[in-house]
Design a protein. Structure first.
Lengths: 732, 181
């Protein structure tokens, strides 16, 4: 469907798709769709022609630029490094010089063609073995370029953020995990996804962890050759498998999924175990975001397992309500600690830290000055985006009253104020403004966000809630400025007291990492809205929490007692880690807690006396060996310190608690802690964590069932449903 | 000693890529000599990768062009940072200043349209210029540019779009001014 502006004509000059089309970057179906849209539109056709001419001029002009070569001594240095001091022949150098500017450009084209030839062929060979049956490549380099082994493939997957970037500690992904990852990328035959030949079937097989069916004699033979005969034996390492069809084309496809599915997730490297003797401090910033959970729910709802990096364990855990004691003293939040045996590793201990923020009663609620910054670009034009956003806002407006003012700024190709600050007792005006919203145009958030902050600043309420709420489905393109300056702007505004919250909508284009980062810099939170129910949870049930900050720059530092603790590992919070010295540094920004918010953090602790080896670390020579005595569980296990600032404060306040391990069994722990452990284990299984041990989805399901009795809101029941769904998907 | 086929391969890669890489680095740094150093360093790292056995040649060979571009790019940015001529956030301004390579004499020599396009290109913001060069000079696809620059593909598409758009507009403006003059 084409989007049109008020004059009824689509302004193609503002649409990056047309540029992509003119440059031959659109895939088959998309290209056809766009062709259909611009057929008969002379202006658009002319624009395409103009863009192509301009492209040719650029290509021609740039090819003529002089390309300086390295100096002979630089060549020499490089060759020396390789231990091969032979200098290239003069003829070689000359021919290179002559070909410069053309040869290397041509190479890309040739390489692409040759690589294309391999698509669809399925080979499983020993590493290093070459093909005999394909046409001889035009040049040795192309041949080499095609010799991609699975390691390169994994590297690229890693580069794309689909696999944790930690080959050392995380272990190599098994074919099963890789299959799951491919599956989650839509290679398992998601609706409307182009599936390269052979890949879907294969990823299914891999996802099962067993090769149940292999097409083609040659495959069978090759599989047998590397001990892959389909038995129940050990899962073979990826390294042994040479996938031609999973090499260039697949990676291109994965990258091309960009067009249809350009969800961006920052890679997460799971926190490793650290020795308490050498590394007794764990410092991190609180995080009350929950977007990863609703995003996970969306994936499973679409019959897909999420990519590992979309699973942020702390956000899954923090999604659920827990009944920690309410704060009573001077501090805006209470602290609750618990420790017992770790369900996935009996001899380890699981420490749960719980923070409970003060609730605000509706009548104590401060007045608010909310500026909604809504993305109304063409991509928002689907039922799970703008219409859902409108309903969410209507629900919110009903909860607000004369104390509150709402303004709405929209952005697309251009941006503008569609609702000046309006008191919420005039909700009709707000509703009418919402009704008028329509999606169309491309995204340019830069001007919009400045306008939104300007409106918020002009209507600043002293002592009130001043917040810009950005609602978008993804690419928050900022025109001429870049991410860096956007982040700077948001940080600056946060210092003036105007905070930023981000609501993510829709799928296929979700720039998860970016949105989380923006909210983080803006002293705000990030929620992903996948349904009316989620909208209600975030905007209505938790409205106080979403909007009202009760403590900011909340940091947690845990000091482990090496007499009791051999090693420790923080579960989740990978992108919230702080340096130990940042804890006392009030200029270092950290997370916020809103009214009624809860924060839960889990540690897996290896007590002294349990056989355990830190991977890659030799025993220390000069450290006095900690001995396992009868008192091992008698002393303090750890001290946890918190620092926070009042919402308008500049200086932080410190509080601390200690925890003694009474040796509780997992079953003796509170249902809340057991629940948090189940959720964390679910995240670990989905992430393919190396630390989850024997635990799998059946265990997760059991632990969850045993701790779900108290379930106001039905969130826990829903989770159990999701675990079942994941089991089903994995079993396929 | 076993023979070192890596050496022959490196030489070939070097021959093929030294000029495009040096050109790319020159555009980022505004200085041929330092660009050469960067390219040399990138190749030394490639050798180290091979020698250390961390990556096998087949793995590197797959897209050694993108690997080298990415390493060069990182090195250029490191260099900028080290010389504290800019913080990462100020990249754009600093690089624009550094890249004003065309002297008036050179500019005068360029008379045809292609030259005018190139001149105009130099007036675009750094990020747009970079992706335009990667696209039209190095022949990379959106996906490949995204790998080298670590921008999302969506952003690459956007930067190219905005870059071409403002290039068109600037060229059109120039034409009007030229006609008036």
């Amino acid at each position: 469907m084409s989007t049109r502006d008020e004059t009824g004509m689509h302004d193609w000059s503002d649409d990056p798709r047309l540029t992509a089309y003119a440059l031959g970057e659109l895939g088959g179906e998309e290209a056809r769709e766009l062709e259909a849209q611009i057929s008969g539109d002379e202006a658009a056709q002319a624009l395409v022609a103009e863009l192509r001419t301009l492209g040719e001029a650029l290509e021609q002009g740039l090819a003529g630029e002089s390309a300086p070569a390295l100096k002979p001594e630089q060549w020499h240095a490089i060759e020396e490094r390789l231990g091969a001091p032979t200098a290239p022949s003069a003829i070689n150098r000359k021919s290179v010089a002559a070909a410069a500017g053309i040869g290397w450009r041509g190479w890309f084209a040739v390489a692409a063609t040759v690589v294309g030839l391999g698509v669809g062929a399925t080979f499983v060979l020993r590493p290093g073995e070459r093909f005999g049956s394909l046409p001889a490549p035009a040049h040795e380099s192309e041949e080499l370029a095609r010799q991609t082994d699975s390691r390169a493939y994994l590297e690229r997957l890693r580069g794309l953020g689909y696999i944790g970037a930690d080959p050392g500690e995380g272990g190599k992904p098994t074919p099963a995990e890789l299959g799951v990852q491919l599956q989650s990328l839509g290679y398992a035959g998601g609706p409307g996804t182009p599936v390269p030949s052979g890949i879907a079937a294969r990823s299914h097989r891999m996802a099962r962890g067993k090769w149940t069916r292999v097409e083609g004699e040659r495959d069978q033979e090759a599989l047998r050759a590397i001990g892959y005969s389909g038995g129940d034996g050990e899962e073979p390492l990826m390294e042994q498998v040479f996938f031609d069809d999973l090499s260039e084309k697949t990676l291109q496809d994965l990258e091309q999924l960009g067009e249809g599915n350009r969800e961006g997730y920052d890679p997460i490297v799971e926190n490793p175990f650290r020795a308490a003797g050498r590394d007794p401090l764990s410092t991190f910033s609180v995080d009350v975001d929950t977007a990863a959970y609703s995003n996970l729910r969306r994936f499973l709802g679409e019959d897909r397992l999420p990519p590992a990096d979309a699973v942020r364990i702390e956000e899954l855990v923090n999604y659920f309500p827990y009944t920690y004691p309410a704060p009573t003293g001077e501090h805006p939040f209470s602290v609750d600690l618990e420790v017992g045996s770790c369900p996935w590793k009996q001899e380890h201990r699981l420490v749960r830290i719980g923070l409970q923020g003060r609730e605000t009663l509706p009548e104590e609620r401060r007045s608010s000055n909310l500026v909604f910054l809504l993305d109304v670009s063409g991509s928002m034009n689907s039922d799970d985006k703008l219409p859902l956003l409108k309903r969410a806002l209507q629900m919110l407006v009903q909860e607000l009253d004369e104390r509150d003012r709402i303004a709405i700024v929209v952005y697309a190709g251009s941006s503008g104020l569609v609702l000046p600050p309006t008191s919420c007792d005039r909700s009709v005006d707000v509703h009418m403004a919402l009704e008028r919203l329509k999606a169309g145009g491309s995204t340019n958030g830069g001007a919009g966000i400045e306008l939104a902050y300007e409106v918020a600043a002009r209507n600043y309420i002293d002592g009130g809630i001043n917040r810009v709420i950005l609602a978008t489905d993804g690419d928050f393109n900022v025109g001429v400025s870049d991410d860096g300056s956007l982040v700077r702007l948001i940080e600056e505004k946060a210092k003036t007291g105007v905070f930023l919250s981000v609501l993510g909508f829709g799928r296929g284009n979700l720039q998860d990492a970016k949105m989380e980062k923006l909210a983080d810099k803006g002293n705000g939170n990030y929620a992903y809205i996948d349904s009316v129910l989620e909208a209600k949870k975030v905007l209505v049930e938790q409205m106080g929490a979403t909007l009202e900050t009760i403590a900011k720059d909340v940091k947690i530092q845990v000091e482990f007692n090496p007499r009791e603790v051999q090693a420790w590992r923080l579960i989740g919070y990978e992108n919230r880690l702080l340096a130990a010295q940042d804890f006392n540094d009030d200029t270092k920004d950290a997370g916020e807690i809103g009214a009624g918010h809860r924060v839960t953090a889990l540690y897996e602790v290896v007590p002294v006396g349990v056989p355990f080896e830190l991977p890659g670390v030799d025993p220390l020579k000069y450290q006095a060996p900690a001995s396992a005595t009868g008192e091992a569980f008698g002393g303090e296990l750890l001290t946890v310190k918190f620092r926070y600032k009042r919402p308008e404060g500049e200086r932080s306040t410190l509080l601390s608690e200690t925890l003694v391990d009474e040796g509780a069994d997992f079953q003796e722990l509170s249902a809340d802690t057991r629940w948090a452990a189940s959720v964390a284990a679910f995240g670990m299984v989905l992430r393919g964590s190396a630390h989850v041990g024997e635990a799998g989805l059946p265990e997760v399901s059991r632990w969850a069932l045993e701790s779900a009795a108290d379930d106001p809101g039905g969130y826990r029941a829903q989770f159990i449903g999701l675990v079942a769904k994941a089991r089903e998907l994995r079993g396929r | 000693m076993t023979p070192k086929p890596d050496a022959a391969w490196i030489r070939e890669v070097l021959e093929r890529h030294e000029r495009p890489l040096t050109l790319y680095a020159t555009r980022l740094l505004g200085d041929v000599e330092r660009a050469r150093d960067v390219v040399q360093e990138a190749f030394l790292r490639l050798c180290d990768q091979l020698n250390s056995g961390k990556q096998e040649r087949a793995a590197l060979a797959e897209r050694v062009d993108l690997w080298l571009l990415t390493v060069c790019r990182n090195l250029c940015h490191d260099l900028h940072r080290k010389e504290s001529r800019m913080t990462p956030l100020e990249e754009e301004r600093a690089q624009r200043a550094a890249c004003a390579t065309a002297t008036p004499a050179e500019a005068a020599e360029r008379r045809d349209d292609v030259a005018r396009v190139l001149d105009t290109l130099e007036r675009l913001p750094e990020k747009q210029r970079e992706v335009l060069r990667l696209k039209f000079q190095h022949g990379l696809s959106y996906a490949e540019i995204s790998r080298v620059t670590r921008e999302s593909q969506g952003n690459v598409g956007w930067l190219l779009h905005v870059g071409l758009k403002s290039l068109r507009e600037k060229l059109a403006q120039g034409e009007i001014q030229g006609a008036e003059a």
